[in-house]
Design a protein around this ligand. Structure first.
Ligand code: ADP
Ligand code: MG
Length: 368
């Protein structure tokens, strides 16, 4: 693969990186003003930067082997360049002067698998710009600029979870985020456990329409319950007055928010005694299992392949808990497993999953 200098003809001046993320708990809660609990994954996006020798920006992606040049005249680019150009534009709109740049992207975060390669690209780009130009912006602003770039320039109506996780969490920490107030806590990732993420191989074909329908159902439920958002209700019994399917949709959101809050309490007690940690990890896993059941039965966003994969994980020794992650209708699942066991469990599960007639793919741990 050509390096920075081979692509742009001048050496690189600085480099920055940012990780992808996976959501451990708190699914379909963000658009209900609720709580989420993502953590960073080992895969990262790396951005090399330097000044351009002409009046244009030049961006190159190693994964796509694609180079895009942007001048004032040709306006907003499409595709991967829109994320990078968006980051530059939102900074300029905020009063920062950004000179013409060469920017080289390379990444081990799989694209479009729900591990947030887009946020990793934005956060790495903004970190690189902060470094090269000595910009006085903090990690929260980086997440906010990244989100604005994705909404306004890439045209994706995303929440702020992905950028916050990429900017604030690492593989040793998880991020508890209140999506209404943006109140957040970076919590240590539990010792004695690690993450396993497996793609089900089922494309998320219905994800768009299903997602919009669920959003509308949640809004309808909130209206009938006379609250601004479902996040304002903590007691699951409150849903009993709702007609179906709103009753079950609302129950998922309410119980899911409660699960995130309980998980955060558990994580905050970690490391007090190692004995305690073992019990806590099991409880954390139970919350993940309950989340999957709720997404499957109440929210109805699972598919048979994900249910099969999650059930196989849940019955495997060394697995604390497992659930589908992301919007559902296909895509990946995440499990919390005993430290050091992820690789072994992953290959075992993959064989069993294939024997059941499916084709999965291990996303985390990273295959070197
Ligand atoms: P996800 O964030 O779940 O991986 P998205 O559809 O939100 O999926 O973002 C994927 C898009 O982000 C890609 O189609 C591409 O435009 C951009 N992107 C992410 N990483 C890279 C990369 N390494 N090189 C080029 N483009 C990238
Ligand atoms: Mg994304």
């Amino acid at each position: 693969m050509p390096n920075f200098e081979q692509i742009f003809g001048v050496p690189q001046q600085t480099q920055a990186s940012a990780p992808g993320r996976v959501n451990l708990l708190g699914e379909h809660t963000d658009y209900n003003d609720g709580f989420v609990l993502p953590t960073a994954i080992p895969q990262r996006t790396i951005v090399g930067l330097g000044y351009s020798s002409d009046s244009q920006h030049h961006f190159y992606s190693q994964e796509l082997d694609q180079k895009v040049s942007i001048s004032e005249k040709n306006g907003n680019p499409e595709g991967f360049a829109s994320y990078i150009f968006g980051c530059i534009q939102v900074l300029e709109r905020d009063g920062y002067q950004i000179p013409p740049l060469n920017l080289y992207v390379t990444s081990s975060v799989p694209m479009g698998s729900g591990l947030s390669s887009s946020a990793a690209l934005e956060v790495a780009t903004l970190r690189g710009l902060r470094q090269l130009l000595n910009l006085n912006i903090d990690d929260i602003q980086i997440a906010q600029f990244g989100q604005q770039a994705e909404i306004q320039y890439a045209g994706v109506q995303c929440g702020i979870m992905d950028q916050m996780a990429s900017s604030l969490a690492d593989t040793n920490s998880m991020l508890f985020l209140d999506t209404r107030t943006l109140e957040r806590r970076v919590l240590p990732f539990p010792a004695g456990a690690e993450i396993l993420v497996i793609d089900s191989g089922v494309p998320r074909t219905l994800a768009g329409s299903g997602y919009n329908q669920r959003r509308a159902e949640c809004e309808a439920a909130a209206r009938l319950l006379q609250v601004k958002a479902l996040r304002d209700i903590a007691d699951p019994h409150a849903v009993e007055i709702l007609p179906e399917p709103l009753r079950r949709r609302a129950r998922h959101v309410i119980t899911e928010n409660n699960r995130v809050l309980e998980a955060v309490k558990i994580v905050e007690t970690f490391h007090q005694t190692s004995l305690h940690d073992e019990t806590s990890l099991h409880r954390f896993g139970e919350l993940m299992n309950a989340s999957h059941a709720s997404l499957r039965d109440d929210y109805e966003v699972s598919v048979p392949a994900l249910d099969t994969l999650v059930a196989m994980l849940q019955e495997t020794p060394g697995v604390f808990g497992a659930r589908l992650t992301g919007a559902g209708f296909g895509g990946a699942c995440v499990a919390l497993v005993e430290e050091g066991k992820a690789d072994g469990i992953a290959s075992n599960i993959l064989t069993r999953y294939e024997n059941a007639g499916y084709k999965g793919n291990i996303l985390v741990p990273e295959i070197p």
